[in-house]
Design a protein around this ligand. Structure first.
Ligand SMILES: CC(C)(COP(=O)(O)OP(=O)(O)OC[C@H]1O[C@@H](n2cnc3c(N)ncnc32)[C@H](O)[C@@H]1OP(=O)(O)O)[C@@H](O)C(=O)NCCC(=O)NCCS
Length: 130
């Protein structure tokens, strides 16, 4: 297993990883993903051999808050600790922030195990492009 920080991976592999969880629209492509990565503050890839098996990224000001996004482990490599490794590695890059935030639909149990809790506030979003 190899952990690689902030280095653009083989984008075809990353595209496939995103597609395993249905996060991309049909017209989102490699160029789109590249821009997403280049404009993220931190991202991490985990490889087994040359296969990209886990990914996560973070937007942060390094002082007040950090937002985790797109934490994903390939279905064939889940429940082996890789998701935990991705989250802990990203959080280790922001030792001074007051809050690390994220949203999740289906992975609350995973994040609870990492000491995340349901916020007392109500998350809101504005969808500007569909
Ligand atoms: C959520 C996800 C990243 C977890 O990755 P993972 O590598 O399987 O997680 P870990 O092996 O580090 O799991 C650590 C612990 O979290 C909990 N956990 C993980 N997946 C879980 C699940 N599906 N249901 C309940 N608990 C879960 C377990 O307690 C697990 O420990 P255990 O295996 O000893 O019981 C992975 O399932 C995934 O990619 N899901 C689809 C994408 C997604 O929903 N991402 C999060 C939203 S941003």
């Amino acid at each position: 297993m190899k952990v690689v920080e902030n280095t653009i991976p083989d984008l075809a592999q990353l595209l496939n990883l995103y597609r395993t969880v249905g996060w991309l629209k049909s017209n989102d492509n490699i160029d789109f993903l590249k821009e997403v990565l280049l404009n993220s503050d931190e991202f991490i890839c985990i490889y087994v051999g040359t296969t990209l098996v886990a990914f996560g990224r973070m937007l942060t000001d390094y002082h007040m808050s950090a937002f985790l996004d797109d934490i994903v482990v390939h279905p064939n490599f889940r429940r082996m600790g890789l998701g935990t490794e991705v989250v802990k590695h990203l959080i280790s890059k922001v030792p001074h922030v007051k809050k690390v935030k994220l949203t999740t639909y289906y992975a609350s149990e995973f994040y609870k195990k990492l000491k995340f809790q349901k916020p007392s506030c109500t998350p809101m979003e504005l969808i500007v492009n569909i």
